[in-house]
Design a protein around this ligand. Structure first.
Ligand SMILES: *Cc1c(COP(=O)(O)O)cnc(C)c1O
Length: 395
């Protein structure tokens, strides 16, 4: 494949990123090597030094050892960085491995305190509260108004605050944050945004001054429910520290995962936009259903006008409050025939799950989503068939 013009659109970049050097083959090779032949001791040692400093290997010395570097994973990283508009990206075994690495990288830079803006993914919320990584966390309560969140961040900031972590759209209520306001409130404290729900197709947090753009690649980036991974897009400086953490903790992405994720990038924009179009239809239908108390969907609720300014669309995640509380939500999930009752999201098939009982189970009372909420990840099926299944499940 040839070179991509500088002004190429996201769709074009998604097809070509990480492939510019391919001349002898059309599809990228899958490199499963655990070790690499060394040309000589001197150049091997020089490459080792580069890797230990968090840099790519030298051309002469090569990747040395697979825990330090893998060329297949590096292609995915190059592609993802290009779509997020950062110089670098660092891939991990899972989204949680990526978040853990970000926290350890923050510790390596002298930070000790983290501000977590709720709602956060249940695992992230739990990791911050555990104290396992020797960090102290202050939580900012969920609020649909970014100005209120920004004020709380300002009040929570300390001299040892090393990171502000937030998600937009939030999980599972899909509230949106205005990232320009959040970054300004954080001041010189770096902000990490979990961009899993939006994907780089719909939102590029780095363009708003966000330092670390994290994805659970297990979701939309993989897109087919068959690969686990995590990735953080960042500048070269953060990426260097993240690679050092990855090498010493061994939280690397498997090359097959890197291969599958890179393979999925060209279709990411098409998948996300099709799923989003289906979600808009399903959300509008749910909003009219007598068994549904409330629908959480950015396309129906965007008080700050984030869509069009920060997001390129409302996405394909839809949550709803079902009449009848826990029992009503549980009955709906049991009544599904085509839609898969399972955690996770971003797959080709529509998935439904109960956040309070599953993904947000470790979140403390009060911060946990209410137990009448069902979360849907809308897939690529015909929206009429998705609606038919929801209609019969809602009874
Ligand atoms: C799934 C998920 C994670 C965790 O990612 P894993 O790949 O499961 O480790 C983090 N954030 C969000 C928003 C998620 O959906």
């Amino acid at each position: 494949m040839g070179t991509t013009p500088d002004n190429a659109s996201l769709d074009t970049r998604a097809v070509h990123a990480g492939r510019a050097d391919l001349t002898e083959v059309h599809a990228p090779p899958l490199d499963l090597s655990t070790t690499y032949p060394l040309p000589d001791v001197d150049s091997g040692g020089a490459s080792y030094d580069a890797l230990a400093a968090g840099l790519p290997p030298t051309d002469e010395g090569g990747p040395i050892y697979a825990r330090a570097w893998n060329p297949t994973v590096a292609r995915f990283e190059e592609g993802l960085a290009e779509l997020e508009g950062t110089t670098d990206a660092v891939a991990f075994a899972s989204g949680m491995a990526a978040t853990t690495a970000a926290i350890l990288a923050m510790r390596a830079r002298g930070g000790h305190h983290i501000i977590g803006v709720r709602p956060l993914y249940g695992g992230t919320d739990h990791l911050l509260s555990l104290g396992l990584l020797d960090v102290e966390a202050t939580y900012v309560d969920p609020h649909p108004d970014t100005a209120v969140v920004a004020k709380a961040i300002g009040e929570a900031r300390r001299s040892d605050t090393g990171l502000v972590i937030c998600e937009t759209p939030g999980n599972p209520t899909l509230d949106l944050l205005d990232l320009d306001v959040i970054v300004e409130a954080a001041g010189d404290v770096p902000v990490m945004v979990d961009n899993t729900f939006a994907t780089p197709v719909l939102q590029n947090p780095a363009a708003h001054g966000v330092a670390l753009v994290m994805h659970s690649a297990t979701k939309y980036l993989g897109g087919h429910g068959d690969v686990m991974g995590g990735v953080i897009a960042a500048d070269a400086d953060w990426a260097g520290t993240l690679r050092q953490v990855r090498i010493i903790t061994g939280s690397l992405m498997h090359p097959l995962a890197g291969y599958l994720l890179h393979r999925g990038l060209p279709t990411l924009p098409v998948r996300v936009r099709a799923q989003q179009a289906h979600a808009e239809i399903v959300a509008a239908w749910l909003a009219e259903h007598p068994q549904v108390l409330d629908v959480f969907y950015p396309g129906l609720h965007d008080p700050m006008g984030v869509i069009g300014r920060q997001m390129r669309g409302p996405g394909a995640m839809v949550s709803l409050r079902v009449r009848g509380g826990y029992a009503g939500a549980a009955a709906m999930l049991s009544g599904l025939r085509m839609i898969t009752h399972a955690v996770s999201l971003g797959s080709t098939d529509t998935l439904a799950q109960h956040p309070a009982a599953l993904t947000h189970r470790p979140v403390p009372d009060g911060a946990r989503p209410t137990d009448d909420i069902v979360r849907l990840s809308i897939g690529l099926e015909d929206p009429a068939d998705i609606i038919a299944d929801l209609r019969s499940a809602l009874g």
